[in-house]
Design a protein around this ligand. Structure first.
Ligand code: ATP
Ligand code: MG
Length: 633
């Protein structure tokens, strides 16, 4: 950079240069690397030269070059007096060479700062002054967004009815190295690092790191900063957290305070088992028939029971109501509707027989034509509702005279699925042999919530659409159900938002956080499964996904390939680093990621920034958050 313009210049390019931060001269450069001549005195004045500076990133020290011409050039540079060289003579300087990587070039176009990710012409670079930016200049560099993305953010803001641009979420401060003494010590100006909403919303963000290195803290920080920034901007952003350890829903001893505690009015918590302060994540099997049946199907399939013909038929049936358009006449539609009602009733009778509690005041209700009704049992009318016992008896009587009923109704009265359900209810197959029937469903009673009246997925979606924080506490309950439920909720969010998108409207902004992602998102899932689908198409549906895990290698390759933002703290083995090094310039940080175990010390690649930035993530501090909220700010 030219050693000329003042720090207070109105020129944004000139503002990047801070004279007291002079550390040396550029000795030589090519498209990828640069050699910087520095001295101990200059470095001390600039508070040390840590690894990984911007825009040249220092990658290490360098030996004196063998090239005689270059050596002569460096000797000349030594004699050149820097702006802040002090009283020392050339002989008193301890000169050294730094090996650097060229990250890009800042330049001005139409008065705006631009960053090209290469060097246009390196022939003229020797002899330029080199500075170590801090404070405002460093902030400008690490928070740079290209004019194209600024325009995209402005357009999105207009669409959302916001004045100005989209918000930014401050999540930490630049940290060059594990050792903080010089560049972050007392008096050093820290540079705040932001995640831009335009990079974060509707995008994928990965949080990687070994255990206890601050992944969950990063997620908590994000949730809280997104919450209060969106409140300030009056921009609704729904957030849902897949909380596998229960650490967002409950205050834990160690950290004193949880998201739920900090935002009590804006947080809704769900669990798989009843607990005070929590909504039940489960569905009411008598009311959400298709959902309940699909839950049972998943559980039965996972339980690997021997498959009888009746069980197979139960697994493959569905409860889609007849569609008027598909029926040849009104009469046909009514007939099919009656058959469907009877099938639902037979299914509910099976559930009740298996011990699934009926919802309060719930009766199994269906209409039957009077001729049949009188043949089965003239003393009850199912249209008035039957208790579980009455329903069992009613179907028992039907079975006694089933042949006769089929003859009188021309064989059209009981559908094959209904017949299977009656078999399960009465524990007899078509040949009259014993089958376990409804007993197969008994182990899964806990998945039914008799007091719920709406589909839990709809309820969750509605909370998200108004900008609430939903915490799914998945720390209790069985792992199979956890994964299934996780997918079902994700699928519902995706489908609901896509449906809005497909009608030409804008779906609400939603961020999905998945903790311990290796437990929720399978590495080998088909591309058509919900998580890879969201990763690919989430942008249209305005769904952002943030996933945290210790293992880079456990993440679905398509999800990783579609991840725009990566936040990574200490990793302890070369396999994981190797996975990561395939992306962007993370390879430059391989050694430091293995060496530095500091909590919350992350290397961050965002969509807008063409290179990785080392950041100390702020600690999520519940007391400070509560105080801020109490202060009305
Ligand atoms: N940026 C930070 N600054 C200060 N302390 C932090 C920071 N990040 C995390 N901590 C503290 O370090 C501890 C571990 O953090 P955290 O639970 O976030 O790690 P983790 O990576 O999620 O671990 P695990 O893999 O076990 O879930 C916590 O006590 C937390 O408060
Ligand atoms: Mg964690």
């Amino acid at each position: 950079m030219p050693n000329t313009a003042p720090t207070s210049s109105p020129d944004p390019l000139a503002r990047l240069i801070q004279k007291p931060q002079f550390i040396g001269w550029l000795g030589a450069a090519d498209f990828a690397r640069a050699l910087v001549l520095t001295s101990d005195v200059w470095k001390t004045q600039a508070k040390g030269v840590p690894h990984n500076c911007l825009l040249l990133r220092v990658s290490g020290s360098a030996e004196a070059p063998a090239d005689a011409e270059l050596l002569a050039k460096l000797e000349k540079l030594k004699a050149r007096s820097p702006a802040s060289g002090g009283e020392l003579t050339v002989e008193e300087f301890q000169f050294g060479l730094l090996q650097c990587r060229v990250l890009g070039t800042f330049y001005l176009q139409d008065g705006r700062l631009r960053l090209g990710s290469d060097v246009e012409n390196f022939a003229q670079t020797a002899g330029l002054a080199v500075y170590r930016p801090e404070g405002a200049a460093l902030e400008a560099i690490v928070n740079y967004i290209s004019p194209a993305r600024v325009a995209a953010a402005e357009e999105e803001a207009r669409r959302l009815g916001l004045k100005g641009a989209l918000p930014r979420f401050p999540i930490g401060t630049v940290r060059y190295a594990s050792t903080e003494r010089l560049h972050r010590g007392g008096g050093a100006e820290r540079a705040v690092f932001h995640l831009n909403a335009v990079d974060f919303l509707a995008r994928r963000t990965a949080v990687f790191g070994m255990t206890r290195t601050g992944k969950s803290n990063t997620v908590k920080k994000l949730v809280s900063v997104v919450k209060h920034t969106s409140d300030d901007f009056k921009l609704k952003i729904g957030q849902i957290i897949y909380d596998l350890n229960g650490e967002y829903a409950n205050a834990n001893q160690q950290d004193k305070g949880s998201i739920a505690e900090v935002f009590p009015g804006d947080t809704v918590r769900y669990r798989m088992m009843p607990a005070p302060g929590f909504e039940l994540i489960l569905n009411n099997f008598f009311r959400q028939i298709a959902e309940g049946h699909s839950t049972l199907r998943g559980l039965l399939e996972a339980s690997k029971l021997p498959r009888s013909a009746d069980l197979e038929a139960f697994l493959s049936m569905d409860f889609v109501p007849p569609n008027k358009e598909d029926c040849s006449s009104d009469y046909e539609f009514q007939r099919q509707s009656a058959l469907h009602q009877l099938k639902l009733a037979a299914y509910q009778a099976v559930l009740a027989r298996a011990g699934y509690e009926l919802p309060p005041n719930f009766k199994i209700t269906f209409e039957v034509n009077p001729a049949i009704r009188n043949k089965v049992n003239p003393s009850v009318d199912p249209a008035n509702g039957l208790t579980a016992a009455q329903a069992y008896e009613w179907f028992y009587l039907v079975r006694q005279i089933q042949d006769e009923l089929i003859t009188t109704t021309g064989g059209s009265w009981i559908e094959p699925d209904t017949n299977v359900l009656i078999n399960l209810l009465l524990q007899k197959n078509d040949q009259g042999g014993y089958i376990p029937g409804f007993r197969l469903l008994q182990p899964f009673k806990d998945y039914h919530a008799p007091n719920r009246s709406t589909d839990v997925c709809d309820e969750i979606y509605n909370h998200l659409a108004v900008g609430k924080i939903v915490i799914l506490d998945l720390s209790v309950g069985d792992p199979v159900q956890r994964e299934r439920l996780g997918k079902r909720i994700a699928r519902h969010i995706f489908r609901s938002s896509m449906a809005t998108f497909n009608t030409g409207q804008h779906p609400p902004h939603i961020v999905v956080y998945v903790e311990e992602a290796h437990n929720i998102i399978g590495r080998h899932e088909a591309l058509t499964e919900i998580w890879p689908t969201i990763a690919k198409e989430g942008a249209k549906a305005r769904i952002a996904v943030v996933y945290a895990t210790q293992e880079v290698s456990s993440i679905h390759p398509n999800i990783l390939a579609n991840t725009e933002n990566i936040i990574v703290s200490h990793l302890n083995n070369h396999n994981e680093i190797g996975e990561l090094a395939k992306y962007y310039d993370f390879g430059d940080f391989a050694d430091s990621l293995i060496r530095a175990q500091d909590v919350g010390f992350a290397r961050v690649k965002t969509l807008s920034n063409p290179f990785v930035i080392p950041v100390q993530i702020d600690k999520f501090d519940p007391e400070k958050e509560k105080a801020r909220l109490a202060g009305g700010k």
